[in-house]
Write a protein that binds this ligand. Structure first.
Ligand code: URA
Length: 212
């Protein structure tokens, strides 16, 4: 299969316009959530480029035809909890037959390393295109750990979709998983000392779920 480049920065005007609205600290939880849903569908369009196609015989009202259709097993969309769920919902509207998995990780306060607390993915991961979703690629630690787990479950063809990426996170992902293409709506300036993306949009989970 032809694959995506290591980094795809989606500069489509609709994506960039919606992202600006999401970044604005005065945007309400309800509007933030709606924008995330909309933008996730536009990003889903990009991350599913180059999927293998085949044809099947159908009959239009006019005549039989060999019509294009997606080849192979259903995609697996994997949400990296909890913020990944915000991207997942919109993507499932566009790809309703996708299989869905979840990876839950928290950061151990002493070692600062990601620790797994939940892992549930579809069967036959080795035969599926796997799209891991998390809005923020910040340090890259949790994304890298999630992809480690997906590879252990058999996944061979993985793409990573996020809304914002830091240069540090992109470099860390490239080092750990050079075979995993990243699709993002923005590459921001840098990470601050607390591991937040700058200028960013704050804590994506808090903004979508209205927590603090
Ligand atoms: N996670 C977030 O939600 N925001 C950041 O800026 C970094 C990580």
């Amino acid at each position: 299969m032809t694959d995506l480049p290591h980094l795809t920065h989606v500069k489509h005007p609709l994506v960039q316009h919606k992202l600006t609205l999401m970044r604005d600290k005065n945007t309400s939880t309800a509007v933030f959530r709606q924008l995330l849903r909309e933008i996730s569908q536009l990003l889903a369009y990009e991350v599913t480029r180059e999927l293998p196609m085949t044809t099947k015989q159908i009959e239009t009202p006019m005549e039989p035809m060999d019509a294009p259709t997606l080849e192979g097993r259903k995609l697996a969309l994997i949400s990296i909890l909890r913020a990944g769920n915000g991207l997942l919902d919109g993507m499932l509207e566009l790809i309703p037959s996708a299989r869905v998995g979840f990876v839950g990780l928290y950061r151990d306060e002493e070692t600062l390393q990601p620790v797994q607390y939940y892992f549930k993915v579809p069967d036959n991961m080795n035969e599926r295109l796997v799209i891991a979703v998390d809005p923020m690629l910040a340090t890259g630690n949790s994304s890298i750990a999630a992809i480690d787990l997906l590879k252990k479950s058999g996944a061979k063809n993985i793409r990573f979709l996020c809304l914002l990426a830091s240069p540090e996170g992109i470099a860390a992902m490239k080092e750990a998983h050079p075979d995993v293409p990243i699709v993002t709506a923005s590459v921001d300036s840098h990470l601050n000392d607390n591991g937040y993306i700058v200028p960013g949009l704050g804590d994506a989970g808090d903004r979508m779920f209205g927590t603090k």
